[in-house]
Design a protein around this ligand. Structure first.
Ligand code: CA
Length: 461
């Protein structure tokens, strides 16, 4: 009897200690925000105090990457922890609501589906873009709560939401004006600005999970500061000194996101769960520069490039009490590591036929492991026949059509702006990296669905 009793106590203590080590996860993703458009990376004209605080309370990644330089594939990588070309997600998919194959393939498990196995409750708030057919709706893909829109972008002014849903689209870009969805329900909102609406939904979800005492994962996917450039007077008035109207509107949009991050963090503090919550912030690709007046600083290129300006993004992570505060981490890491980290912490077994490319970052951030998390990182743009590999400080890139003269070799540590092509000086290194990339490429699939604008799908609805 006594032995049994002691065993029960031991088991319950063990469970509790495991619980305490399994954190909530909040992923705050922005859209098309430039590397230099956060205070923690040196931005001077747009104050981002809450994002800076997040980085100061945790780690700022100087060399934080995403797996693709535009929205859809980058998100597919982030949500699966795998290079998205492994499952043919090579470009932005069509948002044709009648196409069940466009989006995350059902053969892949996303972060919500995997965390369900560890009893997490998961929400996506904001932009989905992982398929618009009912079978790909977030609630049919492992999420317990959805508040937002299915397409790849949206108007910021709820007064513009004249369409009930995507089936009513008759013209290009009209999908920016659908009503929002809460789970499967179309809803109307009273506020005047979408970014604030999404923040409200995020804090509401956190509150509900705290009340239910439930472990959660929140994927807060703001569409800001993606075009269209739209902001309300409340935020525009913060930037009277920015003369360029596009940059001023962009600044207002980023400032509103920063307010939102502040409200999310305040919610964690108010409920006393900041220590048990990992918060990750990143952009889904580099700044689009001319389209949204973003700023990638010294990085070469922009959204859609495999130069650093397309794939290296503002990236920070906080886990109080575990990740030492004020850390600047310079080994290359990638968005795929978010999945690698949380699945390792939650102790979820990953299917053997779908191994993750992302790794658990925590041992690297606590100093337990001083090696680089990745020997090599890879990128491919299948339609454009473009490639890129980063190996230590060296990078081989063919940003446009691959052929023997388009490869460029850079040392991105000494030459951040990728100005000095070292390929002729280092033919051996170039060959070695190309061979490594080709071996990786052999594991990938061709595109499996129609692209965003394919066949003018809206004319067939
Ligand atoms: Ca984007």
């Amino acid at each position: 009897m006594n032995h049994y009793y002691l065993l029960c106590i031991a088991a319950s203590l063990l469970t509790c200690s495991l619980c305490a080590k399994t954190p909530n996860l909040i992923i705050i993703l922005t859209d098309d925000q430039g590397y230099n458009d956060v205070g923690f990376n040196g931005c001077s004209d747009i104050p981002t105090p809450h994002l800076d605080q997040l980085a100061a309370d945790g780690v700022r990644f100087t060399d934080g990457y995403v797996s693709y330089p535009v929205c859809g594939p980058s998100r597919a990588g982030l949500l699966t922890g795998r290079y998205q070309d492994r499952f043919g997600f090579t470009t932005n998919p069509t948002i044709d609501p009648s196409n069940p194959d466009a989006g995350l393939p059902k053969s892949e498990e996303n972060i919500a589906e995997v965390l369900n196995k560890a009893n997490y409750s998961s929400a996506i708030i904001g932009k989905w873009h992982m398929g618009s057919h009912t079978s790909n709706h977030p609630l049919n893909r492992g999420f317990d709560y959805f508040y937002g829109f299915l397409s790849g972008g949206h108007s910021y002014f709820p007064k513009n939401y004249k369409l009930n849903d995507l089936t009513e689209v008759t013209r290009i870009w009209e999908w920016y004006n659908t009503r929002l969805l809460e789970n499967f329900e179309r809803i109307d909102v009273q506020e005047d600005y979408l970014t604030d609406v999404l923040t409200d939904a995020a804090t509401g979800f956190i509150e509900e999970k705290v009340k239910a005492d439930q472990r959660f994962m929140l994927y807060l996917a703001y569409n800001a500061p993606h075009a269209p450039l739209q902001a309300t007077e409340k935020y525009l008035l913060r930037f009277p000194d920015i003369a360029d109207e596009k940059r001023r509107t962009y600044a207002a949009m980023v400032s509103c996101v920063d307010d939102g991050v502040g409200r999310v963090m305040e919610s964690l503090r108010r409920h006393n769960i900041e220590d048990e919550t990992i918060v990750v912030f990143l952009s889904d690709n580099g700044g689009a520069l001319t389209k949204n007046a973003s700023d990638n600083g010294a990085l070469r290129g922009a959204k859609s490039d495999l130069f650093e300006g397309g794939i290296r993004v503002p990236f920070a992570m906080q886990w109080k009490g575990i990740i030492p505060a004020g850390q600047v981490y310079s080994h290359p890491i990638i968005s795929l590591d978010i999945m690698g980290t949380i699945t390792a912490l939650a102790g979820v077994k990953i299917a053997e036929d779908r191994p993750l490319d992302g790794v658990n970052l925590i041992p690297y951030l606590t100093g337990e492991n001083n090696e680089a998390p990745h020997d090599q990182l890879f990128w491919r743009k299948w339609e454009q026949q473009a490639m890129c590999i980063r190996d230590g400080d060296t990078k081989l890139v063919a940003n446009t059509q691959r052929h023997k003269n388009s490869y460029q070799l850079f040392n991105v540590e000494n030459d951040l702006s990728e100005t000095k092509n070292l390929r002729k000086q280092s033919p051996e290194k170039s060959k070695e990296l190309l061979e490594a990339w080709e071996a990786w490429d052999d594991q990938l699939k061709d595109r499996t669905f129609p692209t965003l604008m394919a066949d003018k799908w809206w004319e067939r609805l």
